[in-house]
Design a protein around this ligand. Structure first.
Ligand code: PGA
Length: 255
C-alpha cells in the first residue's frame, strides 16, 4: 500500500469578502492554524483580496489560492486573469472548472483542459473539479460523467506534470446543500478517479491528491478524512467561519 499523501485542506471563499473583510478574517484565522504541521492548508479569496491576503500569509505555512484563471498568459481578453498574474501575487493553487462555473458560466471540459495546462505552464498547482449532478447520479451515470470529465480535461497533460495536479471530487448535489456524500459514496468515487488517473498517467497517478468537496463541516470532516481514497477536503460555506474552518483544518489525524 502506498503511503498516505500529505492531506490538503482548502478553503474556497467563492464570491465572499471584500479585501478588508478578508484581512480581518485571516488575522483571526491564522493563529488557529499555526500548529498544523502535518498537512497543507490553502485559502482561495476572490481576486480583489489576493494581495491583501498574500501579505498576511507571508512567513506562514498557509498557501494562497485562486478560484479560477484564464487559459492565455496575456492579451485582449477583457475581464480575465492569467496564471502569470496569479503567480506574481503569490498564488500556489488554482481551482479549475468548479461546478458553479460549469453550470452558471457554461464552462466546458475543453476550457477546463486549457486552464489546467495554463496553470501548469505558469508554475501553479491546478485543482481540477469534477462531479456528477443529482439527475446524473439518479440515472446511474455518476461514474461515466466523472470519467469523461477527467479524460477530456486531462488530455494533453504530461505524466511528468501529474505531481503538481490535484483533483477535487465534488458531487454537485452535495455542494451548499448540507447533504455531504457518505463515506461509502466518496470512497467509491475517489477510487474510480484514482483508477482513471492511472490510465492517464501510469504510476505518476499516485502523486495526485484527490480532495472531496460538498458540505464538509466540523461534524463530518473526521469521517471523510478517514475514508479510503480521500486525500483532503475542499470547503466552501464552512471556510467563511473562522472557528469552523479552524476545526476542519485540525481534523483528527487518523491512521
Ligand atoms: P460547500 O461548497 O462546502 O459550501 O458545499 C464546496 C465547494 O463548492 O467547493
Amino acid at each position: 500500500m502506498t503511503p498516505r499523501a500529505r492531506p490538503l485542506v482548502f478553503g474556497n471563499w467563492k464570491m465572499h469578502m471584500t479585501a478588508s473583510e478578508a484581512e480581518a478574517h485571516v488575522r483571526s484565522l491564522l493563529p488557529r492554524l499555526a500548529s498544523l504541521s502535518d498537512r497543507d492548508v490553502a485559502l482561495a479569496p476572490p481576486y480583489t483580496a489576493l494581495w491583501a491576503v498574500a501579505a498576511l500569509l507571508r512567513g506562514s505555512a498557509v498557501r494562497l489560492a485562486a478560484q479560477d484563471l484564464f487559459w492565455e498568459d496575456e492579451g485582449p481578453y477583457t475581464g480575465e486573469i492569467s496564471g502569470v498574474m496569479l503567480q506574481e501575487c503569490g498564488v500556489t493553487y488554482v481551482l479549475v472548472a468548479h461546478s458553479e462555473r460549469r453550470r452558471l458560466l457554461e464552462e466546458t471540459d475543453r476550457a477546463a483542459g486549457l486552464k489546467v495546462r495554463a496553470a501548469l505552464r505558469s508554475g501553479l498547482r491546478p485543482i481540477l473539479c469534477v462531479g456528477e449532478d443529482e439527475a446524473e447520479r439518479a440515472a446511474g451515470r455518476a461514474a461515466s460523467v466523472v470519467r469523461s470529465q477527467l479524460a477530456l480535461a486531462l488530455e494533453g497533460t504530461a505524466r511528468a506534470e501529474a505531481s503538481r495536479l490535484q483533483i477535487a471530487y465534488e458531487p454537485v448535489w452535495a455542494i451548499g446543500t448540507g447533504h455531504a456524500a457518505t463515506a461509502a459514496q466518496a470512497s467509491e468515487m475517489h477510487l474510480l478517479v484514482r483508477r482513471e488517473l492511472r490510465v492517464l498517467f501510469g504510476d505518476a497517478a499516485s502523486e495526485v491528491r484527490i480532495l472531496y468537496g460538498g458540505s464538509v463541516t466540523p461534524q463530518n470532516v473526521d469521517e471523510l478524512m478517514a475514508t479510503q481514497g480521500v486525500d483532503g477536503v475542499l470547503v466552501g460555506g464552512a471556510s467563511l467561519k473562522v472557528e469552523e474552518f479552524a476545526r476542519i483544518a485540525a481534523f483528527r489525524a487518523l491512521p
